[in-house]
Design a protein around this ligand. Sequence first.
Ligand code: KIV
Length: 278
Amino acid sequence: MKNSVVTFQEMKAKGEKITMLTAYDYSTAKLVDAAGINSILVGDSLGNVVLGYENTVSVTMEDMIHHGAAVARGAKDALVVIDMPFMSYQTSTYDAVVNAGRLMKEGHGGAVKLEGGVEFAEVIRAITRASIPVCAHIGLTPQSVHAFGGYKVQGKTYDAAKKLLEDAYAVQDAGAFAVVLECVPAKLAELVTKELRIPTIGIGAGAGTDGQVLVYADMLALFSDYKPKFVKQFANLSEEVVSAFKAYDEEVKSGVYPAQEHTYKIDDEVIEALKKEL
Ligand code: KIV
């Protein structure tokens, strides 16, 4: 069944948990979709996981469109949400609407996601006015890593927790259909979830949110540069992949691969006739 922003609303109303995983290419999107995950996030974590950057700041609109369109081709039922990259919505409301439109028209997303609360409410309002569904993202917002001075848990003090609640209300009032809560204490995330009409999708925010999102390469242990505390590795594919690559290396070098069954045939007469001409 095709998931949409309406599915998110219905699932919150019924108390059903929403699942979201990232993907950055066609083949992975097909696998995530086949597993019945409700939504695929083409996250700008693409910068870390696929492009090898230290953070998400360098990711461009062209990167997001290129990977977003590949994911959209592989996702049959999952709602595809494409991240707005750094500086694609911070410069002006006009830029934000134009760039959100490109992610829908050229990236073929079903929604966009952007980082920020109260300060970006006007931008969210303008994009939703253009009939583009927006998922907000508050708490730890990785595009602000330089302003935060690192990746830290957010909302721990009274003032910070109050600001997080204000951000949550602001993005809801501006028309966001959902909000990602990243790296916030579980009890605060639970409180925000109870207060909001729109679904909350947690990452490092405990079990009390309406849904969960993870970077697919983290939960499969394919990405090994670092592992945040909140990541559970549901498989260790790094080990399996490296051992398969080693087996290939050994079999090619020892002549075991390719075998007869991997080989195309030709009539001996054709080869003999060719040889006579040499
Ligand atoms: O870019 C991303 O993958 C994200 C998730 C961590 C929520 O924004």
